[in-house]
Design a protein around this ligand. Structure first.
Ligand SMILES: *Cc1c(COP(=O)(O)O)cnc(C)c1O
Length: 455
């Protein structure tokens, strides 16, 4: 059982969210004309979560043990968010040239950046080595490319590791499970000959000093995550014994702490996970290895809220439907795989105050032109009316930062907020709402005549 020890701050976060919604309406961040949807990020919640992560590992680590926490950039690919986390001592895990550019734009130093990706080009490998950024190779072919880039006898400036797939099994969401028998990531350890091949790969490359695994994300039980860590640790011990020295000096354990999307409670906590790791694999924290983590969703999800105006309230076949401005363009996974990614919806009135009144089963729809564009189906909520607001909760990771370009809907503005002692809410723009000019530009606006017949 996972019981949060942070219920007090969980309810404080819910109170801050109500204040922020009210203020977003008051201060015109969400309006009835050109800003019908906005994303809000609770800066204090992100800071508290980052601190809780640091403390969780400090509690179990050996004195002086090197622990580097990085943030999986794909979870909230916004420069000010990366900078905020950097200020909290959390670096970046990047998986594309774009994500690396964001980390660099945020000022995250090379020694707190880790590059993982299953499809790194030669140019990406060269850039990472040139910058001294740690990287984890995905497969033997990538190691062979690195052989050509590393000068013999001269260790590269970057710590280099290999990603393995311990094949410990699947969680409840197939698409999020990276440690299945046939996952596309890393070297599949239980395949015939794979383990021996990995040991040999380390023997032949003295500069291969890290071992990486990330066994999955949302839907993976903590115990399975810990099993993945155990398998990774055991392999590192085996390799170091085989080569006769402590060649592997750092274990990168990935991210994947799941998020509770069903209440304000922050559960499971980073602390519960760190304690479980320490119980399951005590050797991780005896100080012989440096540790890297790559948490994404668990750091920012609960800090985010998408607030959308209800444009119309109608009914069809006896079912009330609130037509809002937040649908598949923001909540891609929820719309396309609703059973795997349910979201809480909170009802606010036209002024941004929590809506009271009896709950009515209703659909909450988005603005996209396809029938399945629903963020909640048959959901019991105070009946949403024209001009009210619907809030999608726990959307600070993989929602507003991962837009879907359907119907040329603009990306909403993202605002960080802080709440003062007197309950005044201050917003800081993280990303301005996308302009129509920008939509035209990214839709080939500069090439208007490209397909005309020559005259
Ligand atoms: C996506 C990813 C993460 C982060 O996963 P979360 O579920 O957001 O914590 C970490 N490491 C790697 C390699 C990833 O692909």
């Amino acid at each position: 059982m996972h019981h949060s020890t942070d219920t007090h701050s969980d309810s404080a976060a819910a109170a801050r969210r109500d204040l922020a919604v009210r203020a977003a309406v008051d201060q015109g961040l969400v309006t009835d004309d050109d800003r019908p949807v906005v994303a809000l990020l609770d800066v204090r919640a992100v800071r508290e979560t980052a601190a809780a992560l640091r403390d969780a590992f400090t509690e179990v680590a050996a004195p002086g043990q090197n622990v580097l926490h990085t943030f999986a950039v794909k979870a909230a690919s916004l420069v000010p968010v990366l900078r905020l986390l950097d200020e909290e001592g959390i670096g970046c895990e990047v998986a594309s040239p774009g994500e690396l550019a964001l980390a660099r734009a945020a000022g995250v130093p090379a020694d707190r950046t880790v590059l993982d990706s299953p499809a790194k080009t030669l140019a990406e490998l060269r850039e990472a080595l040139g910058l001294g950024i740690a990287l984890n190779a995905d497969n033997p072919q990538e190691l062979a490319r690195l052989d050509a880039l590393v000068t013999p006898g001269e260790p590269p400036a970057s710590p280099v590791g290999l990603r393995v797939n311990p094949q410990v099994g699947e969680g409840s969401i197939g698409a999020m499970s990276t440690a299945t028998a046939t996952s596309k990531f890393g070297v599949a350890l239980r395949d015939p000959g794979a383990r021996e091949g990995v040991v040999e790969a380390y023997r032949r490359r003295p500069w291969l000093t890290r071992l990486h695994s990330h066994i999955g994300s949302q839907g993976i039980p903590l115990e399975l995550m810990a099993e993945g860590a155990r398998a990774t640790y055991d392999l590192a011990e085996e390799i170091n014994a085989a080569v006769g020295r402590r060649q592997i000096d750092t274990l990168d354990l990935g991210g994947g702490l799941p998020v509770n999307f069903s209440s304000d409670e922050f559960t499971p906590t980073h602390r519960e996970y760190a304690q479980l790791l320490a119980r399951t694999v005590p050797g991780l924290f005896d100080g012989r290895y440096g540790i890297v983590t790559e948490f994404g969703r668990s750091l920012t999800a609960k800090a985010g809220t998408v607030l959308a105006r209800v444009e119309y309230a109608k009914s069809a076949g006896g079912r009330p439907i609130a037509v809002t401005h937040a649908g598949a363009q923001i909540a891609v996974r929820t719309v396309f795989t609703p059973d795997a990614w349910p979201l809480r919806v909170a009802a606010y009135d036209a002024k941004g105050l929590p809506k009271k009144g009896g709950a009515v089963a209703q659909d909450v729809a988005g603005p996209c032109c396809f029938a399945g564009d629903l963020v909640a189906r048959d959901r019991l909520l105070p009946r949403l009316e024209e001009g009210d607001h619907a809030a999608l909760l726990d959307t600070g990771a993989y929602y507003f930062s991962n837009p879907f370009g359907y119907n040329s809907l603009p990306r909403p503005g993202v605002y960080g907020f802080t709440v003062g002692e007197d309950e005044t809410v201050r917003f800081a723009a993280v990303r301005e709402p996308q302009s129509l000019e920008s939509i035209v530009a990214e839709s080939g606006g500069a090439h208007r005549d490209a397909l005309r017949s020559a005259d």
